[in-house]
Design a protein around this ligand. Sequence first.
Ligand SMILES: [Ca+2]
Ligand SMILES: [Ca+2]
Length: 369
Amino acid sequence: MYKFHLKQKVMRERYFIILLIFLLILGCNQQKQSEKQEQKVVNKSCCENIPSRYGSKTISPEGMVWIAGGTFMMGADNDQARDDEYPKHEVSVSGFFMDTHEVTNKQFRDFVEASGYVTEAERKPNWEEIKTQLPPGTPKPDESVLVPSSLTFQSPNYEVNLNKPASWWNWTSGASWKHPKGPESTIEGMDNHPVVHVSWNDAMAYCKWAGKRLPTEAEWEFAGRGGLANNIYPWGNENIEEGHVKANYWQGKFPQKNLALDGFYTSAPVMNFEPNLYGLYDMAGNVWEWCSDNYNYHAYKMKKGKSVNPQGPDKSFDPNEPGIAKKVTRGGSFLCNDSYCSGYRVAARMKSSPDTSLEHTGFRCVKDK
Ligand SMILES: [Ca+2]
Ligand SMILES: [Ca+2]
């Protein structure tokens, strides 16, 4: 009887062990299958779902995104467009990498520390160079003015003519990328803000050091549109004042009252607002961005047929300041609103001389494949 019970017990134990092994094997197989399926899902979410226009098959350098080339209609999209945005015309650009965000203070500091570069705002202005841009016979200003300086924004507390930017721009000695409001100000804690007070020449020097280049105006606009067609803004056509906050710009009466409903009176940290469909941040607002092209008021009117990788006109011309050669800036800044420049429109164009630095102007770079 005892042996019978013992035998039954042994058989039960054997049966239990066999069952256990069977369940373990089954479990392992199911886990492997599940892992395979999970891997498949991961792989799919990584690459297969991304439309080819996002360049999923191209590995981008750190901090850059691949902009597959294409053909688009460049220029004016709505009745806010200025005359220099007409006519809308056909342009093709080849693919390129673009920085996902504006160059930051930290990135620029890395460049300065590695190269010893001194920005134009930090150097004593050269009168011999300056006078070539001014009407003949312009008297030399007092030496007290010819000191390292840059243009800072100062909100006037009186009514101004919006055609006179000198009403809110101040030539501030000691203002530079390290001191955006003047010598007493600092960029401490602003590593992720876009660098400002950098001239076109400074931006070119940075891009060269980084093994990159400035975008052409056509590349900038193509990228800014994010694959959409005839869109007014990088996000589409919803007015900047409607829906959720889409960019860092000026709310309130410009230039007297900044309500800062977007949270920022001046620059915002990069990547604070939603990117466009190419994954590019702050293509509208935050800071203006230098392009490589000469600015010419008539540039689009001089086009004949489709342009392929246009590099900009040979000569600059701004009818408002015909003696001063200028470069293009794009995208608008924290100072833009609809009553003034609406520079956050993807077709909007602005310009400055290549040695000018301002509190609302920075840049980002591109790179060829
Ligand atoms: Ca703002
Ligand atoms: Ca910007």
